[in-house]
Design a protein around this ligand. Sequence first.
Ligand code: LLP
Length: 411
Amino acid sequence: MQISNHQYTIQDIPVLDIAQQFGTPLYVYDADKIVEKINQLRGAFPNVNLKIKFACKALTNISILKLMRQNGVEIDVVSPQELQLALHAGYTGSQVTFTPSGVSFDEIEAAVAAGSMINLDNLIVLEKFGQRYSGSAPCMIRIKPNVAAGGNVKIMTAHEGSKFGIDIRQREDILRIVKQYGINVVGLHQHTGSDIKEADAFVRAAAVIFEFAESFPNLQIIDLGGGFKVAYKKGDHITNMPELGAHLSEAFLDLSKKLGHELQLWFEPGKFLVSEAGYLLVQANVVKPAPSRTFVGVNSGLNHLIRPMMYDAYHHIVNVSNPEGVKTETYDVVGYICETDTFAKDREINEVREGDILALLNAGAYGFTMSSHYNSRFRPAEVLIYEGKAHLIRQRETMEDILKNQILLEL
Ligand code: LLP
């Protein structure tokens, strides 16, 4: 979103026009920004054979997935339903990686049948996989390197207490099972967590994987997950991609040399690719003065963007209707859900008047995908700004969506 000619625009389209045309609450995504982030990631690893696998749990709209596909990005899924969405978006099964946690074995069988790569994340499943497929289906193994990193403990996935992956201290068990069944392990995987700012944490986790990789002479893939930190507010510390690229590429190329063949380096970013591209547009229903503070109540809430309440996440808020307001005020921006759902506390924003359109920034990742029907409210519509035009990519819901699948008993 840019400010030009006294108004906020996305690809030169006034944001207020988008809000008026499609209504609010509305998720809006900027395709140019997504492509810019894809190129930024590629640019950080110019010397390695890099594959990007979008962690689609961050944003599953099939038009976004198609955009990823057209830009050479493959896909990481965590459920059979995400796998189906990938196929709807035009991916082939072999372009999909399935990285589940604690799922039933038939989900793994279904993904193998679809031709997808599987990341196995526990010893029992590894053994079952060996019994079922022996060496006939390639697979990867998800390792827990015991490195604690991430924005907060709720989004860390590789520390000792995390449920994810096979603990690196069980390496001998892994090797025993692989050997016993002749399992075709083509890759090793790890994902450290989300919102990781220190390049060092990636490097430390990668070192554990690189070292273990030497036990698999025919290995083809190292998958280092996602988790790059993006800027949620001005001055935020973010993952330094050029520095990370340089460090990891060097160690990765060393490993290739040791194994005597070229390996592929995979990443599975979610936030990095789509967070900054997304905006949640909402409207101020009320501006409610109280003795110690002023509340701005908007036509949205934790049912549409749960990150502030779930992770204390900061989302910058802009008053799109008052871009050059002479006055700023301090507000609590709150939702319309019948429990405390605060988007922002004590936030300085250009003066808000009833009816103003506000934009919550960095709403592209884990926004719509974590939304719900709580309070039986409709989820937002979604719009993609692509090649200078606004395209509706998800219709606004109706009462039929809320009633769908409910059964009124004859009592
Ligand atoms: N790979 C795996 C195996 C993952 O579990 C995740 C995220 C990713 C990749 C992508 O991580 P990213 O690049 O998006 O940080 N809902 C939370 C984030 C949960 C992340 C879960 N796993 C949030 O809104 O902050």
